[in-house]
Design a protein around this ligand. Structure first.
Ligand code: GAP
Length: 514
């Protein structure tokens, strides 16, 4: 199945089974804003719990906070967001549609890459086993022509971005003959910078009110609380502060479902270290974060690092962890070595000394920072993309199954009486009442047992417990395993320990440290 179709299926599956709904749907929706449904909220909470425990249980020198969304507006001046948190925008005068200039060019480059890939694929089919891709790419005239064109556009594009040269960005769009996908014309405006922060007014009257921003990242709430946490928690460098919370960005090109949203959730951790030790810590966190992702078991090959060649002026190392979404490898998490930029900026703008006295060294300094920053919604999408599966069964039927990590699945088990009569429903309810304190359980007695299994497969429930006539005789039930569909008979008294062993988040945490 084409990856584009898989993505469409995942989106409609999310809606049909209560994972993600478009926001304000009965009013025709609100662009790039989504609501999480009854299954989605459980999966999201489990992801957050997994991250929080990985940060604050596995590292005794990482503590959490929950800072306010509204913050003093000068914070965003100090952080650079007021002046530099911009996207370059261009409008098509005929369709009146607005685009990100950089995205138009990136899509053009991706189009050339696709043409090259198609040539390579055609040749590989033609030559079969004797095909030498490297040789083909460096000698085939058509591929070489495409590659030369791509390299030229790419180097102009990188330079224009580096120099913040908006005229050159427009010129590249003109020279490469990029057309508006809606009007099909090349009637473009100038390129302008557009700030991504949402703002609102705090205070009761128009005169007396202050313009404040909805935070575009949670990180600044950590920086401005550095001294509070360090002093009240008697924290010693190196130490980290973790936070989970909403962030808001007025994204212009808001597409790809929950990948790029205007309201989303971040899980960020700032780790404060001695100056000079930051690269060592950067490597440690880079490694630890990839292990966190891989522990979920979605497939190691689906992850890769993307080290940044071009660094922000304050950073001395940066990498992204990318996941292979149905629309290609995309950033899920960023890990940045941000030097002392943020704390120094807040020291400058607030006029308050933000330093740490290192008793071992006998000196004060501004700590350096390693940041790990990950979007909850992107992890959610990576999990669904990795877990969604359509299978043909031996009996000729098919099923859609979400092979979610059992530890993160919204519902851990379903209790299903084989039939409603003969006391089976009552026995099933008794089992539910025994298990509901430890696990999120579902009870289902409607339709055939096969249909009920399918319903649980579709929301990724790892275990179905079937109560049958034998249960009444010897107090045993069958457990059906979602992925293998294998069934085993076990005593009711052992259910709790069998299941808790499989669904505890501890399992994932252990994989990270081993
Ligand atoms: N404090 C650093 C920071 O915010 P970022 O690369 O802009 O860095 C970090 O964002 C992470 O937040 C990204 O890797 C992504 O997972 C998530 N994220 C950013 N913008 C997003 C959006 N519009 N929708 C969903 N997730 C987003």
């Amino acid at each position: 199945m084409a990856q584009e179709d898989v993505f469409k299926k995942i989106i409609s599956h999310c809606k049909e089974y209560g994972f993600v709904f478009p926001s304000s749907e009965i009013y025709d929706g609100l662009g790039a804003v989504y609501d999480y449904g009854q299954c989605g909220v459980e999966l999201k909470n489990n992801i957050k719990r997994y991250w929080w425990d990985a940060m604050t249980l596995l590292n005794e020198n990482v503590v959490g906070i929950d800072s306010a969304i509204f913050m003093h507006p000068t914070i965003w001046k100090a952080s650079g967001h007021v002046d530099a948190f911009n996207d370059p925008l261009i409008d098509n005068k005929d369709s009146k549609k607005r685009y990100r200039a950089d995205v138009l060019i990136e899509e053009h480059l991706a189009g050339i890459d696709d043409k090259i890939a198609r040539e390579v694929e055609k040749a590989s089919r033609r030559f079969g086993a004797s095909f030498d891709e490297e040789q083909f790419r460096t000698t085939n005239p058509r591929v070489m022509e495409y590659q030369a064109k791509r390299d030229e556009v790419h180097s102009r594009f990188a330079k224009a971005l580096n120099d913040n040269n908006l005229e050159e960005l427009r010129q590249i769009i003109i020279d490469t003959e990029i057309v508006c996908p809606v009007s099909g014309t090349r009637n473009w405006t100038e390129v302008r910078q557009f700030n991504l922060m949402f703002s609102t007014e705090m205070g009761s009257t128009a005169d007396g009110s202050t313009r404040i921003y909805l935070r575009p990242e949670t990180a600044q709430g950590i920086f401005v609380n550095f001294l509070n946490v360090q002093k009240s928690g008697r924290m010693k460098v190196p130490f980290g502060i973790a936070q989970i919370g909403k962030a808001f960005r007025n994204e212009i090109v808001a597409r790809q479902f929950i990948f790029r949203m205007r309201e989303f959730e971040q899980m960020e951790m700032q780790f404060f270290v001695r100056p000079g030790e930051e690269i060592e810590w950067f490597r440690k966190w880079k490694d630890a974060r990839l292990r966190w992702h891989k522990a979920m078991g979605l497939g190691d090959a689906k992850y890769r690092y993307h080290d940044h060649d071009k660094l922000a002026h304050y950073a001395n190392a940066a990498t992204d962890i990318e996941f292979e979404m149905p629309f290609g490898f995309k950033e899920v998490e960023g890990i940045h070595s941000r030097t002392d930029f943020d704390l120094s900026q807040h020291e400058k703008y607030s006029g308050k000394k933000i330093q740490y006295f290192d008793t071992e060294l006998g000196q004060s300094y501004t700590p350096y920072v390693i940041e790990t920053s990950i979007g909850v919604d992107r992890v959610f999408l990576s999990i669904l993309s990795g877990a969604y599966s359509e299978e043909q069964l031996e009996n000729g039927e098919s099923r859609v199954v979400l092979k979610l990590p059992a530890e993160l699945a919204p519902v851990k088990l379903a209790v299903l009486p084989l039939v409603k009569k003969d006391g089976l429903a009552e026995k099933a309810e008794e089992i539910m009442n025994m298990l509901r304190f430890d696990f999120r359980c579902r009870y289902d007695e409607k339709d055939s047992i096969g249909k009920r299994y399918r319903r649980q497969d579709a929301i990724g429930t790892p275990y179905c417990i079937t109560v049958d006539h034998e249960t009444l005789q010897n107090d045993t039930v069958t457990i059906r395993h979602r992925d293998s569909m294998a069934q085993e008979r076990v005593p009711v008294t052992e259910l709790n320990s069998i299941i808790s062993e499989k669904v505890n988040i501890k399992n994932l945490l252990k994989k990270i440290i081993n």
